[in-house]
Design a protein around this ligand. Structure first.
Ligand code: LIP
Length: 286
């Protein structure tokens, strides 16, 4: 079995440098542009950090491939192959970054043969480095992480996101899901504005559930492995096997809680991350 520790250590070193770039820009004026909706933002810092990460990693590992949020946003084709691939969100929580809401993270996942070998989530404001290497556990600043193991859904804290979609179907689904969970009941529902950090709360046991419809592979590829290596469950929102390209995820403290949440939440249609926009337009007659 290959050991990707050298890549992991290099990934941690560049994630820390990226976090310094983000923190040095957090309190400065930002050039903000819109992407898919009025709530889906990008700044020149997002683009500069992603360019730094890809250039620096490519110089060290020239044969590796990359999937970067802002590169894809600029029109690059998204294809996950068997090659060693770095899946990068340079600033997860861009809206938070623009508003200086103190939850922004660098998220870096590394896949080989389409399987995540390690994940890194660096929460910049509170200097929390979450990381995991397949089969070797999950850690927060070097201390082992363990999911809560909670099996009673009525004793759960649930983390989710409103997301960037603003159409009626998405907003109705998102708000109805939150109401259905509150009526179960659960102890509470939280949203930090960054999927990666949201999901790491399940790995640390500070939350018991994270679910989201509409996020992207770069938001959750790293934190999905971190949850799994911390003993948590990661699956699709209907209980099927997790598929990082599906734009749906359910992470939980236990199978019992995961199954109960999967019964309650509903989804809305999202184009897969790896779906060719032209093909789906033709197929759907859009
Ligand atoms: C964000 C996610 C967050 C979601 C936002 C956005 P970004 O990613 O982490 O969970 O609610 O709509 O997708 O765009 O800041 O990298």
């Amino acid at each position: 079995m290959s050991d990707w520790t050298e890549c992991l250590n290099f990934g941690i070193s560049v994630a820390k440098q990226a976090a310094e770039m983000i923190m040095s820009s957090l309190h400065h004026p930002k050039d903000v542009k819109l992407k898919s909706s009025a709530a889906d933002l990008v700044t020149e810092t997002d683009q500069r950090v992603e360019k730094f990460l890809i250039m620096t990693i490519r110089r060290r590992f020239p044969q590796h491939r990359f999937i970067g949020e802002e590169s894809i946003g600029a029109g690059e084709h998204l294809e996950l192959t068997d090659s060693p691939t770095w899946i990068i969100d340079p600033i997860d929580g861009t809206v938070n970054f623009v508003h200086r809401f103190p939850f922004v993270a660098v998220s870096i996942a590394f896949t080989v043969n389409k399987r995540t070998e390690f994940g890194i989530v660096y929460s910049c404001v509170d200097n929390k480095l979450f990381c995991a290497q397949r089969g070797q556990g999950a850690f927060l600043n070097g201390v082992p992480l363990h999911a809560s193991g909670q099996e009673d859904v009525s004793r759960c804290v649930v983390v989710t996101e409103i997301g960037a979609e603003r159409d009626d179907e998405a907003l109705t689904t998102v708000t109805t899901n939150i109401c259905r969970l509150l009526k179960l009941p659960v102890h509470g529902v939280r949203a930090l504005g960054t999927a990666a950090v949201d999901m790491c709360q399940v790995a640390s046991g500070a939350a018991d559930v994270y679910y989201h419809i509409g996020m992207h592979c770069w938001d959750i590829a790293a934190s999905a492995l971190i949850v799994q290596e911390a003993g948590g469950i990661v699956m699709d929102t209907d209980g099927a096997e997790f598929d990082m390209m599906s734009r749906r995820v359910l992470a939980a403290s236990s199978s019992a809680v995961a199954s109960r949440i999967a019964q309650v939440i509903r989804t809305f249609p999202c184009r897969r991350d790896d779906e060719d926009p032209c093909v789906s337009v033709v197929q759907n007659g859009l």
